[in-house]
Design a protein around this ligand. Structure first.
Ligand code: 4HQ
Length: 224
């Protein structure tokens, strides 16, 4: 899968995309991420990509021209599903992430400042939100979306971390996990996990998942 990200702050992506699973996914060719600096496409001499809003008001608005030209350049390589990260979009869910992971190519547009010239919406397919809170820009949401959907690309997770065993896949939270030592400062690992009875262990884990979910996220149980 190919993801092109359009942003005014390309440096923000350096850390999260060059570690751990996202790094490995790119190295193995399962995922290709390209970051594009919108400012590079501004046709004015100071490479200005934002301006005051018509009608007045606080803050700056991202200009249409640099975004259109950046999108044109990126889309010359072929079509992509074009997504704007925005609080007014459809809420990111495991279902949406899985659907997006099946796409050949995505273009993620990150807004900053007070907003984007509304005419950009004519070249956007859909808006996606990562939750009902306001961030300073669409960069973190683009990283969250990329991370979330990468897990659904076949081969990205090692066989040890299975996509089906994790939180939300069946509408329940994960059961508690432990590793060595069995006794840490007097805190003991539940006895059932130390014996080799796999049926008993499965039952315990399932019970814990249910208990935890009922306690902290009863809304998830409703959904099932
Ligand atoms: N933004 N989910 C970009 C968000 C947001 C969200 C606020 C997007 C600022 C400029 N995006 N604008 N929540 O808070 O996606």
């Amino acid at each position: 899968m190919k993801i092109d990200i359009l942003t005014l702050f390309p440096e923000m992506f350096e850390g999260p995309f060059s570690c751990s699973i996202l790094k490995r996914a790119q190295e193995s060719g399962l995922l290709s991420i390209r970051i594009h600096n919108i400012r590079d496409y501004a046709d004015n001499k100071h490479h200005k990509a934002d301006d005051y809003p018509f009608g007045g008001g606080a803050g700056l608005v991202m200009m249409a021209q640099p975004i259109f030209d950046c999108m044109d350049a990126v889309l010359r390589d072929g079509p992509a599903r074009r997504i704007l990260l925005s609080p007014r979009g459809k809420r990111l869910s495991p279902e949406l992430a899985q659907e997006l992971a099946r796409e050949e190519r995505l273009l993620l547009l990150c807004g900053h400042y007070e907003g984007i010239d509304e005419r950009v919406m004519t070249v956007i397919d859909e808006e996606v939100s990562i939750g009902d809170y306001v961030l300073t820009g669409g960069e973190l949401p683009a990283m969250v979306l990329t991370d979330c959907l990468a897990r659904f690309i076949p081969g990205v997770l090692g066989s040890e971390d299975s996509v089906v065993e994790e939180s939300f896949s069946d509408g329940r939270l994960e059961y508690p996990q432990y590793t060595r030592p069995a006794d840490f400062r007097g805190l003991r690992v539940p006895e059932v996990l130390l014996g080799g009875n796999h049926k008993k262990i499965q039952e315990w884990r399932s019970g814990q998942s249910e208990l935890k979910t009922r306690l902290t996220r009863p809304d998830l149980m409703e959904k099932r």
